[in-house]
Every structure is written in C-alpha cells, then in structure tokens.
Ligand binder design. Sequence first.
Ligand code: IPE
Ligand code: IPE
Ligand code: MG
Length: 249
Amino acid sequence: MTAQLLTTFSSEINSAKLPKHVAVIMDGNGRWAKQRGLPRIEGHRRGANTLKEMLRYCKDLGIETLTAYAFSTENWGRPTGEVNFLMGLFERLLQKELREMEEEDVCINFIGDLSPLPASLQDEMRRSIERTKNNQGVFFNVAINYGSRHEMIKACQAIAEKVQQGELASNEIDESTISQHLYTSSSPDPDLLIRTSGEMRLSNFLLWQLAYSEIYVTDTLWPDFDSEQFDLAIESFQQRDRRFGKVKK
Ligand code: IPE
Ligand code: IPE
Ligand code: MG
C-alpha cells in the first residue's frame, strides 16, 4: 500500500486499525428502484455495480476479505421473474468481470449450497474460482443460496458422520470443529458487518461467524452506497471498543 494511494481516502481513517474482514448485507435494491418508478431488477443491476466498486475500494484500502450476501436461501420465495433475473445477472457478471478480477488480483469464492443453482451458473462459478485461486490482493466471498441455518445443519451432519465413523469423539467437538465445517472455514470471522437500507436484522446471514462482529447499519440503499459511505462505516468501526466480554484493564 503506497502513501500516495492512502491520500485518496478519508483522513479520518486510521490505516493501522482497519477491519481485516468486512461482511455486507446488500439490501435496498428494490426500494431504490421503486423510488424511481423503475422495475426492481434495475435496482439489482445498479446494486451489482456498487459491489464492484466496493470490492475495488476494499482492495485499495487494504482490507483483506470482503464477504457479500447476494442471495439467501429465503430469496427463492420471490417472484420467479426476479429470481431468474438474479441468476442470469450473477452469471453475466462472472463472465464479464473475470478478466478484471484476474488482473486486479482478486481471489473469488462462493459460500452457500451451490447445487440447486443453474448448471451454467455453477460452471461460471467453478471457472472463476479456478482462475483466481492463486490471487492474494483481496479475498472476495459471495454468498449465493446462503442461509446460516442450512450451513449449520450441513456442519452438524458432517460432524455427526465423523463421530459415527469413529474419526472424532463427541467430547472433542469444540468451537474450532464447528468453524472448520462451515462454508467460511478458510476466512477469519468478520470484524465489521454493514447492512444497508436501515433494516436491523441478520436475515440468516453468518449467525455463528458474526458472534463478535461490530454492526453498522445505514439508511442508505445499497445502489447508493459509495466510498464515502464506506468510509463512514470504517470510521464508526474504528471508534468502537471491542471488549469481547472482558473488562478493560
Ligand atoms: C437486496 O435488495 C438484494 C437481494 C436480496 C437479492 P432487495 O431486493 O432485498 O431490496 P428491498 O429490500 O426489496 O428494497
Ligand atoms: C437479505 O436481504 C438477503 C440479501 C441481501 C441477499 P432480504 O431483503 O432478503 O432480507 P429481509 O427479507 O429484509 O429480511
Ligand atoms: Mg431486502
């Protein structure tokens, strides 16, 4: 990270105290579109652009990992047209952005149950994982068909199977056993969770991993979330006193 680059960021940000891992619930695309008399899918289109900008900004700032909630296990309950649009959008984005991700040293991964996704989307996902797997500039996790409860059920099943096979004793199961069986096993827990559009809930996102994350909620709708908004979230994070249940000496 050069000093030259840092001058473009808010002077309020302390580059020595950055969150290592930022998770984001990208919410408010539909309301953004509605406010403008546009169909909801226009909000999703604009939201995709916001994510791209945010990823670049994280990398420039020196944040190691960004995890973005793109589609929840509950989002299948939306109108078919919207679900199909989103699946197509994810696929087109991966096709369009892969070269740039390679050039920008982005390592992409996906969390969630990918098996029910369209086969052509799964192909693009595998291709982008493979082509970026050695990159180290920024780790980018996209949560698609992700639900924390589903993730925990899968983890319990995998652990129970190991106990049944005699590979693990039940009294050996500890926090790290659980963490290692989640989709996020290769990332540290998020330091900061950002949710846009003012909703103060987790909506089944990273329930285990967010145990001690700092939460920042902004009323800004996701398509309007920009680098200045992101700076505000980082500044807020840097003012927090993270006690982890302890008492300051
Ligand atoms: C978030 O925006 C994107 C997805 C859940 C895919 P929404 O589509 O939830 O937007 P609102 O909450 O209806 O405004
Ligand atoms: C959470 O947003 C899921 C994503 C951002 C992908 P939702 O819009 O689905 O959540 P609720 O329905 O407001 O809880
Ligand atoms: Mg929403």
